[in-house]
Ligand binder design. Sequence first.
Ligand code: NAD
Length: 307
Amino acid sequence: MKIVIAGSGAMGCFLGSKLYEQGNEVLLVDNWVDHVKTIQEKGLEIIDDNGSHVDLIKSSLPKESKGEFDLLIILTKAMQTTDMMKSCQHLINENTYILTLQNGLGNIDILEKFVPREKLIAGVTTFGSNLLGPGKIKSLGSGIIQMMQIDGIDSPMLNNINKAFTDANIDCTICDDVMKSIWTKVTINCVLNPLCSVMGTTISDISKYEGIQDLYDNLISEIIAVAKAENILLDEEKIKSMLTDLFNPSVCGNHIPSMLQDIQNGRETEIEFLNGTIIKLGKKHNIITPSNNQIYHLVKILEKKAS
Ligand code: NAD
């Protein structure tokens, strides 16, 4: 398959390298000049549990990228989707499918402005990856992908993409309710990311506080109410159990969530597409969201201070 990764940072390089190693033709597109140049000159270095290896994979700036692709996987941060899609128009044609595995709410609405609904696939991934520097990533262990074509069709291309991931040893499934998967992941992100960002520390540090569940219960209840108003029925018990596992001090390790990494690096965060969107949708449905509102503004203060 000919695949372009639009936004080749931590997650884009990770998935791009997996698909490349399985024999797909992959182009990593990114606008970070040093990163692209390093990959062009030395390849992409991947550090994982087995050590380190280098993939001699193609990389390009958007304006210098060429070719026509079967699949474009968009993996910018949510607030960068519009700019990325504008600069990748020449890489897609009427047969190209677009897959988003980004976090947050609203990515599908943005992508629908650029491609017809029947070419749009959305999903979630629980894989983790860190960008260590230009041309260098660290894979953070195992995970899964769940995805679905937005129009609900089980197309041959959707199955080809599923096979490409599976062949690359990625645990991928085609699900029948991707919006529920996206909202479930959003709920987790709306808890973990802003709490660690506001406290300026790791999940592991936060998990040691015995009152942690009291802290996030209201955030979850508000999100579940807003989701319900949007016709998404979330499984509250499942989400709470996922959070209990994530906040288990013996397993959660010293991971710094991406939102805190963004604040530490003076970058904009995905808060507008997480708690920010919950607040907006709450207003639309007359549902009050005071806990999400409070944490949203605290993150905005940090964002402003760091920029
Ligand atoms: P990242 O910031 O590491 O990568 C995004 C890349 O996009 C950057 O390299 C940036 O230079 C590039 N970019 C941004 N705007 C661009 C533009 N207009 N043109 C060209 N390149 C552009 O982000 P990430 O951690 O890889 O996350 C990507 C998405 O995946 C996010 O929605 C994130 O929440 C989600 N996600 C990340 C992880 C993870 O572990 N990293 C896990 C699950 C989901």
